[in-house]
Design a binder for this molecule. Structure first.
Ligand code: TLP
Length: 343
């Protein structure tokens, strides 16, 4: 069966152009710094993100964890949003690998209150851990692809700078925020010291993320990547589609946002389903199914039988994600099918 797959934008496959670029990529040993395609990707990414340097890493999780390892010492405390990916979905890696403790703050629509961040920063007391890092996430996955306002990022950055604490951005979907607001990625990243962006989500590259920051930060991050076994050799074959992702795939995210609105509007018309349509700012839709009387499993099984895939997110909440491989026709088909099954 050909499924309409709304589970995640991570399911996107490389385009034909990407496959050709992979085939033709000029390569060298990247641990020696000799892979021309990786070097080109890293230079391009640094420029787009407004940072001195960048590092190609295997995944978003690896990028975030290398950032934490590079910024922090064991025993430090990392301030982050209570439903952030780093806190919820990275297997406790920050504690297991970097030996830090997390300080989760409940945000609103994924955005932490700058005053709460200020309050959470530790004072100079022998009993306290050091506040080693503040992590932001934009767009915020668990909040349903919500955009953290640039002014909030600015306020948190100013507070952090006053206390000399670095700020890292999990920008797995930063380009969705940029396209939806018309504000460039580098405008957002001016208010963080380091940023991780995913090439393998809506941008459709098969593998990889970028970690960007100052030259000295990336030098140290490169060492952490090696320590983690992430120093790869002729990896230009994977960097080549990353270049296409950054050059050609960003602006088309707007289509995913339009389709997300279409889907949200369609789903919320179906009896038993509820979507807060104005909250759909980018490509993630959180659909409340509680009134349908179905459990997440029952709902997802019915959808699957009808050729539609989505993902469980919370009790009674199902996540739908739009991406390059879901057209507006497919969205319409999905709405009609779900209406027939549930309505
Ligand atoms: N998110 C995945 C799952 O892990 C939940 C998804 O399907 O959305 N930061 C954010 C905000 C993410 O959403 C993700 C992946 C990552 C980091 C990790 O990226 P990868 O999967 O490349 O390690």
């Amino acid at each position: 069966m050909n499924f309409i797959d709304f589970r995640s934008d991570t399911v996107t496959k490389p385009t034909e152009e990407m496959r050709e670029a992979m085939f033709n990529a000029k390569v060298g040993d990247d641990v020696y710094g000799e892979d021309p395609t990786v070097n080109r990707l890293e230079a391009l990414a640094a420029q787009i993100l407004g940072k001195e340097d960048a590092l190609f890493v295997t995944s978003g999780t690896q990028g975030n964890q290398i950032a934490i390892l590079t910024h922090c010492a064991p025993g430090d405390e990392v301030i982050l949003e209570a439903e952030s990916h780093i806190f919820l979905y990275e297997g406790g890696a920050a504690s297991a690998l970097a030996g830090i403790q997390t300080r989760p703050l409940q945000g609103l629509n994924g955005a932490m209150d700058p005053l709460a961040v200020k309050k959470a920063i530790r004072g100079d007391d022998i009993h306290y851990p050091y506040s080693g890092l503040i992590c932001l996430e934009n767009t915020h996955n668990k909040a349903g692809g919500r955009i953290v306002p640039i002014d909030t990022m600015k306020s948190i950055y100013e507070i952090a700078k006053d206390k000399d604490i670095p700020v890292h951005l999990d920008g797995a979907r930063l380009f969705n925020a940029a396209v939806a607001t018309g504000v460039s990625a580098s405008k957002f990243t001016q208010y963080v010291d380091t940023v991780q962006v995913c090439l393998s989500k809506g941008l459709s590259a098969p593998v990889g993320s970028i970690l960007a920051g100052s030259k000295s930060f990336i030098k140290e991050a490169r060492k952490w990547r090696k320590r983690l076994g992430g120093g790869l050799r002729q990896v230009g074959v994977l960097a080549a589609p990353g270049i296409i992702a950054l050059e050609n795939m960003v602006s088309r995210l707007a289509e995913d946002h339009t389709n997300a609105k279409l889907l949200a509007e369609g789903l919320t018309q179906i009896p038993g389903l509820n979507v807060c349509v104005p909250n759909v700012e980018t490509n993630i839709i959180l659909c409340n199914i509680k009134k349908s009387g179905l459990s997440n499993d029952q709902f997802l099984t019915l959808l699957k039988d009808a050729g539609i895939l989505a993902g469980p997110f919370d009790d009674g909440i199902i996540r739908f994600v739009t991406h390059r491989e879901v057209t507006s026709d497919m969205v319409q088909t999905a709405i009609q099918s779900i209406n027939q099954i549930i309505g």
